[in-house]
Design a protein around this ligand. Structure first.
Ligand code: ADE
Ligand code: ZN
Length: 328
């Protein structure tokens, strides 16, 4: 079976996808000492989720200019293209692009969007941005981030989300920010049900009104919630390799993605922060095929679900759906 199907990815953090070589080369150019964040093979090195967040944020400190983010965008999209990705929604964090200042954010965004447009011209890949606030930075810092999102909503910025440490604060603390993003017409997604249980998913749905959940895998611990997700068509952005690398599940056969799929939950497959987790989209597909016997038709379904759940405009979505259809 060929897994070279065209792929739609909905959950990818721009900084988290930065290849370690790119981070090292920018650090070298700027003479920044990043400290011990790489292992002997040059890969990112961390021991658990809080340590992952620490290393992630430390690596991000070298990205100090719009051109740095453009360089990362080019590298990330090249990797996506090599994996057969035709549409990707990428989490962009104004916290790391000018600290939430709207003027600075516009400059970073222009550089990222231009790199994306160039990749589309050369490779055909379509990228859209989902502005993301960071939960452990707290609700007050999320407000200017929501403003950055609302003020730049349009063809490229299509969504608003929240990432970071799910064990601090509560979704309702960020309701003001999500209301602002919703009023600007943005699609909404929240990381939930990764490091906290089913109630966290319920709270994100009820208090933030999101149509998609980042991860959401721990919904499987509550059958009534699984039924609710299946009935309402909430889409999970599942990143199995991330969950396994971070120790949420011991191995691929233990991952709940197949149980959620069998229960009729709409789900998609993404990589989250691929170099951190030694994964790629092609690798995720291979491991899912090995663990659960998913065939080409199953992956085509997943990609159709993802295209329909994408936050882009209708014309772009139709174009992506047509590309998926033509490849079938
Ligand atoms: N930011 C980047 N990756 C993340 C993850 N897996 N969970 C929460 N926040 C993140
Ligand atoms: Zn994520």
């Amino acid at each position: 079976m060929s897994l070279a199907v065209p792929k739609v990815e909905l959950h990818l953090h721009l900084e988290g996808a930065a290849p370690p070589e790119v981070i090292r080369s920018i650090a070298g150019r700027k003479h920044v000492d990043l400290g011990p964040i790489f292992d002997d093979d040059g890969a990112y090195s961390f021991i658990d989720f809080p340590d992952f967040l620490r290393v992630y944020e430390q690596a991000t400190t070298v990205l100090q200019t719009p051109e740095d983010f453009a360089q990362v965008t080019r590298a990330v999209l090249e990797e996506s293209v090599a994996n057969g990705v035709i549409y990707t929604e990428v989490f962009l964090s104004p916290d790391f692009c000018g600290g939430g200042d709207l003027g600075a954010w516009r400059e970073y965004l222009a550089a990222i969007a231009e790199a994306a447009a160039q990749a589309e011209r050369v490779h055909g890949i379509v990228m859209r941005g989902v502005v993301t606030c960071i939960r452990h930075f707290g609700p007050d810092r999320a407000k200017p981030i929501a403003r950055c999102a609302a003020e730049t909503a349009g063809e490229f910025i299509v969504g608003f989300g929240i990432a970071g440490n799910e064990t601090v604060c509560a979704p309702r603390d960020f309701a003001w920010s999500f209301d602002m993003a919703r009023e600007a017409g943005l699609g909404l997604t929240a990381h939930a049900g990764e490091w906290a249980g089913p109630q966290s998913v319920r709270d994100a749905l009820t208090d933030l009104g999101v149509s998609r959940i980042g991860h959401g895998v721990r919904a499987v611990e509550d059958p009534a919630l699984v039924d609710h997700l299946a009935e309402t068509g909430v889409v999970l952005e599942i990143c199995p390799g991330s969950n396994i690398a971070l120790g949420l599940y011991a191995d691929w056969p233990q991952h709940p993605i197949e149980r959620l799929r069998a229960a009729g939950v709409k789900l998609t497959v993404s990589t989250d922060d691929p170099p951190f987790f030694h994964t790629t989209m092609a690798w995720e597909y291979k491991r899912l095929a090995d663990a659960f016997g998913w065939d080409e038709a199953a992956f085509r379904d997943i990609n159709r679900v993802a295209a329909k759940a994408a936050f882009c405009d209708a014309a772009t979505r139709d174009r992506i759906l047509k590309q998926l259809e033509n490849a079938a």
